[in-house]
Write a protein that binds this ligand. Structure first.
Ligand SMILES: Cc1cc2nc3c(=O)[nH]c(=O)nc-3n(C[C@H](O)[C@H](O)[C@H](O)COP(=O)(O)OP(=O)(O)OC[C@H]3O[C@@H](n4cnc5c(N)ncnc54)[C@H](O)[C@@H]3O)c2cc1C
Length: 372
């Protein structure tokens, strides 16, 4: 049996561990949990009306969102973890008209968008009663994923299957015929090494003589526990700085900031509170969020110069696979990326052609020593 180590137990790493073939692999996941994005995330799965022009990203995000149907079945995800709750877009009339056209166009290749409906002001208010009466666009396919609950669920499944999870930071080293993974708890030699550590990929690849064009970005959001009956409320994309993400049992998230300069910093800031509460204010019937107790969630996203993810085997390296740079949409794309990597690793042919989803890895990763 081959030995495989996955470094990074966020959404990619844990999903991959659960999709790998246990008959072929002895699997160990190293996860320090430090600066994790998945557990801090907002949870919106609704990529279709994004105005981003990157076609590869859109194809990946669209197929990633559609993959959730299989993910729910494969991992038996309860609706407290993943739920199709619909998305609401609040914009000017002209912008809503454009969005509606875009939705109709994109639904031709993404039937998951579901129902597309312009809502009158009173209908918007009925869908999400905290909002002022205003025109909106509703699509029924939008969903929310509780990143933290998803990881807990997948960790339990992985452990039940005998996958070894080590909650500590790991370092890596190339040996002649295999890879060494060392941590304070355990060191092992593996045939295959998968690096899914978010922005920490840069330092891990440096240990192997590569430079990676990936950087950390701080993200903050606010979490409110309320007594509202939020179970049926959709996710609301507000025009501006903040989005509103209702979960079950009264939990409301307001997020999120994108702070490049703050990089790895995890301290909650008053500026984030002000940015997010001011951003939501014009859309609310009354000033609810500045008068309600809240907690911060802070995580670190990985982003690349073109804000697109990269993933796959590194050419010329036997058994070295990476995935990072998922940015603001990694809950949407992460499970599908993990599934594609698992398909590759589980197969005997080992063919990798992902040109429809990502640029070649060479655009993001370079050997420091030209002889590699
Ligand atoms: C505030 C916020 C809101 C977001 N909202 C959304 C959203 O609404 N929708 C959406 O689609 N996406 C959203 N995202 C983005 C999404 O959360 C990320 O893109 C995604 O979770 C990245 O997953 P990952 O597995 O690549 O990395 P991570 O989740 O960061 O996991 C990497 C793991 O590797 C571990 N690690 C790193 N180095 C080592 C090492 N040397 N040894 C051991 N362990 C290591 C880290 O501690 C971490 O646990 C949001 C992110 C943030 C921060």
């Amino acid at each position: 049996m081959k030995k495989i180590a996955i470094i990074g137990g966020g959404i990619i790493g844990m999903t991959l561990a659960n999709y790998l073939d246990r008959e072929q692999f002895e699997i160990t996941v190293f996860d320090s949990g430090k600066n994790q994005a998945t557990g801090a995330s907002a949870g919106i799965i609704s990529p279709w009306l994004s105005k981003r022009r990157n076609k590869k990203w859109y194809a990946l995000a669209r197929d990633g969102a559609s993959f959730f149907e299989q993910l729910v079945t494969d991992f038996n995800l309860h609706e407290s973890i993943y739920e199709k709750c619909g998305s609401l877009f609040l914009r000017s009339s002209k912008a809503l008209q454009e969005l509606e056209q875009l939705a109709l166009e994109r639904r031709k290749t993404a039937p998951e968008i579901g129902e597309i409906r312009r809502l009158r002001p009173e209908e918007t208010e009925k869908k999400l009663p905290l909002l002022k009466a205003a025109e909106s666009l509703y699509i029924s396919g939008g969903a929310r994923l509780d990143g933290k609950a998803y990881l807990e669920h997948l960790r339990a499944r992985a452990e039940a299957k005998g996958i070894h999870i080590i909650k500590t930071e790991a370092r890596v080293r190339r040996r002649r015929h295999d890879w060494e993974v060392a941590s304070t708890q355990e060191s092992l030699f593996v045939d295959e090494l998968v690096l899914t550590p978010g922005p920490a990929l840069k330092s891990l690849l440096e240990q192997l003589g590569y430079s990676a064009a990936v950087s950390p970005q701080k993200g903050q959001l606010l979490s409110f526990d309320t007594s509202f009956e939020t179970g049926e409320w959709p996710v609301a994309f507000l025009d501006g700085e903040a989005d509103l993400i209702p979960f079950q049992e009264g939990r409301l998230l307001l997020g999120a900031t994108h702070e490049n300069e703050a990089a790895w910093d995890l301290s909650p800031t008053q500026e984030a509170f002000e940015q997010l509460t001011k951003g939501v204010q014009p859309f609310l019937k009354e000033d609810f969020f500045t008068k309600t107790a809240y907690n911060y969630r802070v995580g670190t996203r990985a982003y690349t110069p073109d804000f697109a993810p990269f993933f796959g085997p590194i050419e010329g390296e036997a058994g070295l696979i990476v995935a990072s740079g998922l940015g603001s949409s990694g809950l949407t794309t992460g499970p599908y990326i993990a599934y594609l990597l698992a398909q590759y690793l589980n197969s005997t042919q080992r063919q990798w052609e992902m040109g429809i989803y990502t640029k070649d890895l060479k655009n993001y990763i370079k050997a420091k020593n030209a002889s590699k």
